[in-house]
Ligand binder design. Structure first.
Ligand SMILES: [Fe+2]
Length: 392
């Protein structure tokens, strides 16, 4: 049967329903999907459920569907159950390929010379707070001004993003860099752009680098858009892209010496440098040249993989991709650690000091906060499919 509605037609088929929307698109809904999602079974968003999939009859089919007096869709099933669906809800939950990809993420790539979005420390829950998180989602990074230099200032900014994740580096990590200190990251040497924690199954998500003190020359921050690199390699060198997305390589951190902060670790994770989601969208970058363990991939793949790795590493270190600037005390960078690579230029042994404070928030925390702010401030993109990142 075919039923005219104000906005669409509904057709009962062997597998369920086909709804044609006024914009010309169509959505197919399977009988089992409809029965499972019947509102009478409870609200999946709240996990209050009384209906179980165990009770689904695999042979279930739709007998009839028609618009009721309230303008909703009444569906009668072969087991005698009747469901009432809201058309808007069905439209929002259409899972045709074009609808799934249609809720595309809003991402802008940056290269050298880009002016990164910059904000004053916003009030929690304000429209400016939403603007800040929107900018981090779009650009992968934003600069925040006016962050008090004490621990409370860092915590205040972190609280705008989500709950801080505690790791073996602690909750907040003080990066105090003095030229005479021996350890690599505490030296005045340049750090090539990298993502943190590639050796974790789930690396740092949204990270905050808060500048407390800079009294030396040099030591400028360098940021590179890893998603931009991935897109370019996908376009220019598809074979390299396939290797970088499909080959899991080892990253390691082994540290047993006594250190002032943190504890002994032996972390090891295998993951691709570029992670894709089910629709082959780029969702995560994992790259830290100094944290790569010896490749343990199929020997026949090593030559080809190194060629792809050289391509990627050159892009990471390409000055044409790097935004470079001096972070001043009271400024912080909020960045997506699984998208934007960070590094720094060398700085001189002029007796100066460089003190940054680092913390991280899991990306699901950040995305949750962003969705809620978009809901509260009536912004678009509440259902944007935000990149889930790189998971080993
Ligand atoms: Fe780092």
């Amino acid at each position: 049967m075919e039923l005219e509605t104000a906005a669409s037609t509904v057709e009962v088929t062997d597998s369920g329903l086909v709804i044609r929307w006024s914009d010309g698109s169509r959505s197919r809904f399977h009988s089992l999907w409809l029965r499972d999602n019947c509102p009478s079974g409870g609200d999946k968003r709240k996990a209050f459920r009384t209906f179980s999939i165990i009770d689904l009859n695999p042979e279930l089919f739709v007998i009839d569907a028609e618009r009721n007096d309230d303008g909703d869709l009444a569906v009668e099933f072969s087991d005698g159950h009747e469901s009432v669906f809201d058309f808007e809800w069905l439209r929002a939950n259409s899972h045709e390929p074009h609808d799934r990809i249609g809720a595309a993420r809003q991402i802008s790539h940056f290269r050298a010379g880009a002016v990164l979005p910059e904000f004053d420390l916003p009030k929690r829950g304000s429209a400016a707070h939403c603007d800040l998180l929107d900018a981090v989602a779009r650009w992968g990074v934003a600069i925040v001004n006016g962050v008090p230099g004490d621990v409370g200032g860092t915590e205040m900014l972190a609280d705008l993003v989500g709950r801080v994740r505690e790791t073996d580096f602690g909750r907040l990590f003080e990066i105090v860099v003095e030229p005479e200190v021996w350890e690599f990251s505490q030296s005045g040497l340049a750090l090539d752009p990298h993502t943190d924690d590639p050796y974790r199954y789930t690396p740092s998500g949204t990270s905050i680098l808060h500048c407390v003190e800079v009294s030396t020359t040099g030591g400028e921050s360098v940021l590179v858009d890893g998603f931009g690199i991935a897109v370019d390699i996908r376009d220019d060198d598809p074979d390299a892209f396939d290797l970088l997305t499909e080959t899991r390589i080892p990253f390691v951190r082994h540290r047993i010496e006594t250190v002032e902060q943190g504890e002994d670790v032996h972390l090891l994770a295998h993951a691709p440098i570029i992670s894709l989601d089910r629709d082959h969208e780029i969702v995560g970058i994992r790259f830290h040249e100094r944290s790569m363990a010896p490749l343990d991939i199929d020997p026949s793949q090593v030559g080809a993989y190194y060629r792809a790795l050289i391509t990627f590493t050159k892009a990471v270190n390409d000055p044409g991709r790097a935004v470079q600037f001096r972070l001043e005390p009271g400024q912080a960078i909020v960045y997506d650690n699984q998208r934007v690579l960070h590094g720094r230029t060398a700085f001189g042994s002029d007796g100066g000091r460089r003190h940054l404070r680092l913390c991280t928030i899991d990306r699901d925390q950040f995305h949750s906060r962003l969705r809620r702010l978009r809901e509260v401030h009536d912004r678009p993109g509440v259902l944007e499919r935000l990149p889930s990142g790189s998971i080993a």
